[in-house]
Design a protein around this ligand. Structure first.
Ligand code: NAD
Length: 375
C-alpha cells in the first residue's frame, strides 16, 4: 500500500462518516424516497469522498457510508458487505481492485465522473460487475474553466498575484494580447469543446477552428485537419477522451507544428499531453504558455495535501516534472477543478443516485450512463 493510501486509511475513523449521524433534512429525504419504494443507499460505500462534495453526496445518498480513502486494491475491503461502491476520477479501479471488490460482494461500481479510463471494464465484465457513470455534468462549467485558464495565462494573472504578495507592482513581463480576432483551435468538439468554442467566438470574438473525428452540425466554427489547427491557432484547447488513439497526441512532433508562442490548455485527461515534451516546448518558446487542469501522473498528487508532511514522506510522492511545471511562470496548473461548481456537483450526486436506483430497480439498463452492464 502506498504511503498516501495508508495515511488516508489511518485517518479512516475520522473520515468514514456514517450518514445516520447527520441532519434531519437527510432523514426526511430518505423517508420520502423510502415511501416511493426507492432503495435507501445503505448498501453504497463512497470512496474518495472529500469535504467539498459531502453535502451534495449526502443529500443524494443519505444512508451511504463515506470515506476519504482512495479506492485501490488495498482499500477495496472497506466496502465489505456493500453491494455498490462509488468512485472518482483518480481512483484505481483496475483488475486487482475489481477482484477485491467482487470478492467483498460488490456488484456495482458507480463512477461519479464521465471518464472511465481508470476502470478495467474487461475485468468488470468478467467478474459480473456493472459499471455506471455520470456521462455529463454541467459541461459548461468545464468550458468556462478552460476559458478562465486561457485568460489567466494570456493576461498573466497568476504572475500578477505572485508579485502582489511580495509588494512588486511593476508591469514589465505582464503584457498580454487582445484575443479579439485571434484564432482558437478546439480539439474535440463534443459537449465541452462546443461550449468553449461558443465562449471564444461569441464572447471574445475569436476565429474558431475545430478538429474532431466525428464532426458536429452545431459546432460554431470551421472544421480543419489537426495539423492545420496546430499550425494556425493562437490558443489550442483539448476536449477529447483519453483513448489509445489520443494518448500522447501532444508530443514532441505535434509541439513542433505549433504556431510560435501558442497557448495550450488541457482540461481533458493528463495523458493527452506528454508533459516533458511540453516543458521542452515552453523552454524553446514554441509553446508560449500551458494551462493544465489534468496531468499524466495526477493520481499520485491531486486531491492530496503534502504541505504538512515531513520531507521523507513528501519525497515518496515527489514528481520532478510537476516541480518543473510549477516553477515556470508561463504555466498554470489547477488540480482537476474544471468541473468544480455547485451546479456540476449537484448533477453528479443526483445522476449517481439515479444510476444506483436504476440498477437496484431491476429494470433494463440503457443509455450513456451504462459502461458495463453485467446484470
Ligand atoms: P464528449 O463525448 O461530448 O466529446 C468528446 C469529443 O471528442 C467527441 O466529439 C468525439 O467525437 C471526439 N473524439 C473522440 N475521440 C477522438 C479522436 N481520436 N480524435 C478526434 N476527436 C475525437 O465529451 P465531453 O463531455 O465534451 O468531455 C471531453 C473530455 O473532458 C472527457 O473525455 C473528459 O476526459 C474531460 N473532462 C474533464 C473534466 C475536468 O474536470 N477537468 C470534467 C469532465 C470531463
Amino acid at each position: 500500500m502506498s504511503t498516501v493510501a495508508s495515511a488516508l486509511l489511518a485517518s479512516r475513523p475520522r473520515a468514514r462518516l456514517h450518514a445516520r449521524a447527520y441532519s434531519s433534512a437527510r432523514a426526511r429525504a430518505a423517508t420520502s424516497r423510502a415511501a416511493v419504494g426507492e432503495p435507501d443507499g445503505s448498501d453504497v460505500f463512497v470512496f474518495s469522498a472529500h469535504r467539498y462534495e459531502l453535502p451534495t453526496l449526502r443529500a443524494a445518498l443519505p444512508n451511504a457510508s463515506f470515506s476519504d480513502a482512495r479506492l485501490d486494491a488495498s482499500t477495496a475491503k472497506l466496502a465489505a458487505g456493500c453491494a455498490a461502491v462509488c468512485a472518482f476520477v483518480d481512483d484505481d479501479v483496475g483488475a486487482e481492485t475489481i477482484d477485491a471488490l467482487a470478492d467483498a460482494g460488490a456488484r456495482l461500481v458507480l463512477m461519479r465522473c464521465a471518464g472511465f479510463d481508470n476502470v478495467d471494464t474487461t475485468r468488470a465484465r468478467e467478474r459480473g460487475m456493472t459499471v455506471m457513470r455520470v456521462p455529463a455534468y454541467d459541461p459548461l462549467s468545464i468550458s468556462e474553466h478552460a476559458a478562465a485558464m486561457m485568460m489567466s495565462l494570456n493576461r498573466h494573472l497568476s504572475e500578477s498575484r505572485d508579485r502582489l504578495r511580495v509588494g512588486n507592482f511593476t508591469l514589465d513581463g505582464l503584457v498580454g494580447t487582445s484575443l479579439r480576432g485571434k484564432t482558437v483551435g478546439v480539439v474535440g468538439t463534443g459537449k465541452i469543446g462546443r461550449g468553449f468554442a461558443k465562449i471564444c467566438g461569441d464572447g471574445f470574438q475569436m476565429r474558431v477552428l475545430g478538429y474532431d473525428k466525428f464532426q458536429k452540425d452545431d459546432f460554431p466554427g470551421e472544421y480543419v485537419e489537426l495539423d492545420e489547427l496546430l499550425a494556425t491557432s493562437d490558443v489550442i484547447s483539448l476536449h477529447l477522451p483519453l483513448t489509445p488513439e489520443t494518448r500522447g497526441m501532444i508530443n514532441k512532433n505535434s509541439i513542433g507544428k505549433l504556431k510560435q508562442g501558442a497557448i495550450l490548455i488541457n482540461t481533458s485527461r493528463g495523458a493527452l499531453v506528454e508533459a516533458r515534451a511540453a516543458i521542452d516546448g515552453l523552454v524553446s518558446g514554441r509553446l508560449g504558455a500551458l494551462g493544465l487542469d489534468v496531468y499524466e501522473n495526477e493520481n499520485r498528487l491531486f486531491f492530496k495535501d503534502f504541505s504538512g508532511m515531513d520531507t521523507k514522506d513528501r519525497m515518496l510522492a515527489w514528481d520532478e516534472t510537476m516541480a518543473i511545471l510549477g516553477s515556470m511562470p508561463q504555466v498554470l496548473v489547477t488540480p482537476h477543478t474544471a468541473f468544480l461548481t455547485k451546479e456540476a456537483l449537484t448533477e453528479i450526486a443526483n445522476t449517481t443516485r439515479n444510476n444506483y436506483v436504476a440498477f437496484r430497480s431491476g429494470a433494463s439498463l440503457e443509455g450513456d450512463a451504462v459502461v458495463v452492464n453485467a446484470r
